[in-house]
Design a protein around this ligand. Structure first.
Ligand SMILES: [Zn+2]
Ligand SMILES: [Zn+2]
Length: 485
């Protein structure tokens, strides 16, 4: 029996900041006490972590990653080993990745192949959502099987990428009806892919092939329209729980806010790239450099689009930060889907439509959202809620994950608010551990730092070193969402 004591820190939960010591026995938290309460146990403890002047928070949970995902003739450059190690460096102790059934493929075979990629390779715990890229009798049957036997309770559908992952409205409705019968969550990539493909073809034909046209051919009204359509379909299917992924636009968010105001089970996540990056400063850079920031949904203009429909005068980022404060956005994930510039993003030189879609970010979410706390956009409590606790509750992992409480897995991060982190790889001393040849966040300075990370009671990051092991991470079988109204 191994005992670990974390003392003198301030424990942050969704409800407040309290000076508390945390006692851990083997893999679980066994007690919280007033500072000094465990002085007796300290004598025999195997490890004592002094968190004086630091915050103690539940390990981060990133519910949207794509390790080794095939896309556009190549693969996301992080394996489960490199990606989960980078996640650990970023204070993340659980990821939920997406097993992918492409149109015409078999769901259970797809899931088995994702298990093979992850099994024995992960530094931290992991679960899976299942992408349904082809809604038919067989895949609907598989949805039931996965809920009953595999601990997979959330299914992602696509309103974009015709021919690869796309479902039409009838298929969306059928999958939603099945989800309603089995209590599962539908996750939606909400962009009108049919209209987008027309705009893309027209842009390429005009010779508008630079990376910035990736965003300009996916205008925010086409995200808003798809978001609204998904909400309507989930309503018609019987108030089936709906979670819109990677929300990037204020006009899309307005539809989620309205549905939530009606008391509907409609939720959404956003990602750091939409909160901090703009089209002008990233995709719009000269030459091919903008390819570094090609992801879908796209990074948007600092102002609303000219054809924006809805509340005016704010800009997408201000809308998204406000949405996070108001719980219109419940979760921050990363949509971590890294590609190197060399041989991967470069496939799209001369044609933005061929650039693999994705940004690497699993390492930096806790840092970038903490910077929102420093900037006055969020409270400390809301940082923990959107990055740790709500992800666990939304996807059926609470209270095993997402909270520091007796009986919970001892997934804990000690956060140092008085140190700094400089993200990037271009100069010594900068922080970057993802398997990429660039950082989307090069030179960004964070007023805080991941100090120590524990995964199920085992220290995996301390003293600026990764001390974890490949294969420590276990598969998490998830229950149904605990977040429904
Ligand atoms: Zn997506
Ligand atoms: Zn994604």
């Amino acid at each position: 029996m191994a005992t670990t004591l974390i003392k003198n820190g301030k424990v942050i939960s969704t409800t407040g900041v309290i000076a508390q010591d945390v006692l851990i026995t083997d893999e679980v938290v066994t007690a919280l006490g007033a500072p000094g309460y465990f002085a007796g146990a300290e004598q025999g403890a195997d490890k004592v972590i002094d968190a004086a002047g630091k915050y103690v928070i539940p390990g981060g949970i990133d519910v949207h990653t794509h390790m080794e995902m095939p896309f556009g003739g190549t693969y996301a450059s992080d394996t489960f080993e490199t990606g989960t190690t980078a996640a650990a460096w970023g204070g993340v102790t659980t990821i939920v990745d997406f097993a992918v059934q492409n149109t015409g493929g078999d769901v259970q075979e797809a899931l088995a192949s994702w298990h093979r990629k992850a099994d024995g390779n992960c530094a931290i715990d992991y679960g899976f959502h299942q992408i349904i890229g082809g809604v038919d009798e067989q895949s609907l049957k598989s949805m039931r099987y996965l809920v009953d036997h595999e601990g997979i309770t959330s299914f992602k559908l696509f309103m974009a990428y015709p021919g690869v992952l796309y479902s039409d409205d009838g298929q969306l409705l059928r999958a939603m009806q099945t989800a309603g019968e089995i209590g599962a969550m539908i996750m939606m990539h909400a962009e009108n892919g049919i209209a987008i493909d027309v705009l893309v073809q027209q842009a390429v034909a005009r010779g508008d092939t630079d990376p910035r046209f990736h965003s300009l051919t996916r205008p925010s009204p086409l995200e808003a329209e798809a978001t609204h359509r998904a909400i309507v379909l989930s309503h018609v299917a019987g108030n089936v729980p709906l979670y819109i992924v990677h929300m990037s636009a204020g006009d899309a968010l307005a539809h989620v806010a309205a549905a939530r105001h009606e008391g509907r089970n409609v939720f959404a996540e956003t990602c750091p790239q939409y909160l901090w990056l703009t089209l002008e400063e990233t995709l719009g850079r000269p030459g091919f450099e903008g390819a570094k920031w090609v992801c879908s949904t796209p990074v948007r203009s600092k102002d609303h689009d000219p054809d924006y429909i809805g509340r005016m005068g704010h800009g997408h980022q201000a809308d998204l930060w406000k949405g996070l404060r108001m719980n219109e956005l419940a979760v921050v994930s990363t949509d971590h889907c890294p590609f190197c510039m060399k041989d991967q993003k470069e496939i799209g030189i001369g044609n933005f439509a061929q650039i693999p879609n994705g940004i690497g970010g699993v390492e930096h979410r806790m840092e970038l959202i903490y910077q929102g706390v420093v900037a006055g956009e969020l409270s400390l409590e809301r940082w923990v809620e959107t990055c740790c606790t709500s992800p666990a509750r939304m996807f059926g992992m609470y209270p095993k994950k997402g909270v520091i409480a007796p009986g919970s897995d001892a997934d804990v991060v000690v956060w140092d608010p008085s140190s700094k982190t400089t993200i990037g790889m271009d100069e010594p001393g900068r922080k970057h551990h993802m398997n990429m040849d660039y950082s989307a966040w090069e030179g960004w300075v964070i007023d805080g730092k991941v100090d120590t990370v524990l995964s199920r009671g085992k220290v995996i990051v301390e003293n600026d070193a990764y001390v974890g092991t490949k294969g420590h991470g276990q598969y998490v079988k998830r229950g149904l969402s605990q977040y429904l109204v």
